[in-house]
Design a protein around this ligand. Sequence first.
Ligand SMILES: Nc1nc2c(ncn2[C@@H]2O[C@H](COP(=O)(O)OP(=O)(O)OP(=O)(O)O)[C@@H](O)[C@H]2O)c(=O)[nH]1
Ligand SMILES: [Mg+2]
Length: 288
Amino acid sequence: MTIQWYPGHIAKAEKALKEQLKRVDVVLEVRDARIPSSTALLLAHPQVPEWVGDKGRVLVLNRQDMISRQVQTLWAEWFAAQGSAVYFTNAKLGKGIKVLAAAATAAGAAMNQRRRDRGMLPRPVRAVAIGFPNVGKSALINRLLGRRVVESAARPGVTRQLRWVRISKEIELLDAPGVIPAKLDDRDAAFKLAICDDIGQASYDNQLVAAELVELLKQLDDEVNSLDAVRGRYELDPREIAGDEYLQALAQLRYQGDVERTARQLLTDFRKGQLGAHGLELPPPIQT
Ligand SMILES: Nc1nc2c(ncn2[C@@H]2O[C@H](COP(=O)(O)OP(=O)(O)OP(=O)(O)O)[C@@H](O)[C@H]2O)c(=O)[nH]1
Ligand SMILES: [Mg+2]
């Protein structure tokens, strides 16, 4: 499954983002903690790295609550071994927000030092949250502000306009729409983005994506990513059969043979965390 889907509003938003990035000191790169590799916008998008240039960067893995402690530790260790700081957040409940705000302010401190060196007064650090759709950028901004100012909801493509908000005398934040590359060639990444709802619904087939979800959960089944919640919820064990067969069987058992409805239900349950905490991507082994 290659995804070639690029709605007009994203093209428009990208143009505005490129313009606004000129005014920005710090980039908060927000990723989905369930799929930190597939939501690495700066690696996936051909132009974004150029727009970001040498601005301060803060890496955020949001949706911390949707992965297990063990998976979080694996990623934290991996990023530490790369020499990168990483901030885990739960923007829904407001966890990890204070340290993130401090990191963003610190990443912009160099800018004010340069201003002082030139005899200019300091100004607030300007930071932007960028990432794929629906990873939680707006929720994070609301948490950083301490109140609900920008719209945030459980579907991709909620933020349509770029919007600056002032957090404090130290920092101003820009909420930007989710960005996607014009073409997603990496089949596995495309599936995972669809599974996690980090790309628009219009771009994929629910049944293919749900079958892939079952396959992925089967592959990952171990003490870190257990299938117990899936088995418990549907009373049907996916271990012995292929993902698409599971979908068919579940449709017969529960949904009067309606496979499309079954696929949507599986995806919804997964996205609501009702199939348990699943890190769909684990870091590569650390080279020592
Ligand atoms: N469980 C959980 N849900 C989260 C978290 N962060 C955000 N959400 C939810 O995810 C949904 C999407 O959040 P948004 O803030 O709208 O995401 P966004 O990245 O701004 O999305 P676009 O504007 O569409 O690009 C909302 O329903 C949030 O409540 C989190 O850490 N954990
Ligand atoms: Mg948003």
